[in-house]
Design a protein around this ligand. Sequence first.
Ligand SMILES: Cc1ncc(COP(=O)(O)O)c(C=O)c1O
Length: 310
Amino acid sequence: MTETNRATTKRPDDELLVYVNGEFKPAAEASVSVFSWGFLYGDGVFQGLAVKEGRCFGFESHMDRFFQSAAYMAIVPPVSRDECEAIIAETARINDLYEGYLRPLFTRGVGRMGLRNVQSLGGGEFFVIPQHERAYTVEEVKANLHRAKTVSVRRIPPASIDARAKLCNYQNNILAVIEHRAAGADTGIMLDVHGFVAEGPAENIFVVKDGEVSTPPRHNVLNGVTRAAIIEVARAQDRLVRERDLTVYDLYNADEVFFTGSLHGIGPVAEIDGRRIGSGEIGDVSLELLLGYRALEEAESFELIGRPDA
Ligand SMILES: Cc1ncc(COP(=O)(O)O)c(C=O)c1O
């Protein structure tokens, strides 16, 4: 099948098949019980997998984070890790999802309201929700620089929720998005409760200064799969990389700032709180890291569905 054929046979998002607790259902009919604790309390864990050319970068790292987040919350997945991986791949295949996003999600289960019932729920639920998405090309990344704003809402501290757990409760991050949008910025930067830079609402952040690449330490941020890959690429490019506390001082004085996340890899930042960062264009280091990351993706991604001409 050629690229063109694939595009013409692509189902609209609302006709994609969603995996719901053991069966595939058309998106319009895929629903959850109002008694699901995922719905009642945001009591679930999830992952966001980017599918590019039918392949997924960092699939095993995403699965590690998925099962470790569930273990942290004492959520018992209703499937083994092997079954989970097979069902995710099947969701990509059945939907011919060549460019997209997959959201595997476990909830604690379905049962009576009231936190006292936490141990008497039915078994955990498992969903895999597909959506078409297309990652920016390198040229598009270069053309889409962010105007960011530091927001007043602070990232939940690890003493409350460990930052490495990817939980269904994203209201902290949604407050951050509402705030930066209201201010006319296109993304937000969250600080931790002590005023150190943490991350974006759905991405990690990096600063480049005098050639050195820095990113906030892991205890305050999601252990992003892209973050780890960028650190690996930067070290392979012989750059000095440090995981260290950063403040807005470091942001405002940076030569380059960029976000990282699974879909686009790197999102360069041109402005923070109305202050221009660097030249206002993607910086040299950011660009080399982006190119290195794309090469790593190409070399190491896990094949979910075959290539069109395979
Ligand atoms: C809060 C948060 N930080 C960082 C990231 C980036 O993580 P990754 O690189 O694994 O996509 C995400 C994306 O899921 C996120 O939600």
